[in-house]
Each structure stands twice: as structure tokens, then as C-alpha cells.
Design a protein around this ligand. Sequence first.
Ligand code: 5GP
Ligand code: ZN
Length: 115
Amino acid sequence: MSEDCLFCKIISGDIPSNKVYSDEHVYAFHDINPAAPTHILVIPRKHLHNVAASEGEDEALLGKLLLAANKIATQEGLEEDGFRYVINTNDNGGQTVYHLHLHILGGRQMTWPPG
Ligand code: 5GP
Ligand code: ZN
């Protein structure tokens, strides 16, 4: 837990969220400002600044994050039509909250390249 971290406060329940999935290592909730019909954030319970700051000891956790995201994408009915995972990293990557999070975006056609 990092004292000033918004997503740590969401995990602890100090800030309310619309929960989608929860297990021992991972928590997921709806994005407050959805960029697609389905927009879910999947986060590790452990505070990690971002994916670039993760290390060897986080290898299993990163795997759990992706596998949890797969479960959620299936649960939300996104698998057949498709969806997008996004991990914004640092300033140029568009990261605004510095607790590692994976966006699940679905329910519409995505475009490439991203903005
Ligand atoms: P980033 O830009 O860091 O990749 O994504 C941060 C995401 O967190 C944004 O999509 C933003 O809408 C979302 N967000 C920011 N504050 C809150 C909040 O208090 N609750 C929820 N549910 N989402 C938030
Ligand atoms: Zn945090």
C-alpha cells in the first residue's frame, strides 16, 4: 500500500469503485471515464509504479494480471468480437495514475495507430 496512491485507496475501499473481479492478487473495476462501451482497469493488489518498474520478483504477478484480464474479457463477453489491452507507461505513454493498471477496452471497433 502506498499512502498517496489512488488505486491503493480503491483496493482498500477508502475510495469506492465498481468492482468487476477480485482475487488474492488482482482487483478489477470499471473506469470512471470510459473510453469504450466496456472499459475495465485490472490492477495488482501490490503497489507497482508501472510495468517498467516491475522486476524479476513480479514475474508471476504480471502473469496473474494477464490471466485475470483474460477471465474478465470472457466474463464480459468480449472474446469473440475482440478487445484491446493497454498499459500506458510514464508521461509519453499517457500514464496518469502511477499504480500499474491494464486497461481492457471493448464493445467497439478499435483503430490503429492509437492517439
Ligand atoms: P492512465 O491514463 O494512467 O493509463 O489511466 C488511468 C485511468 O484511471 C483513466 O482511464 C481514468 O479515467 C481512471 N481513473 C482515474 N481516477 C479514477 C477513479 O477515481 N475511479 C475509477 N474507477 N477510475 C479512475
Ligand atoms: Zn498503489
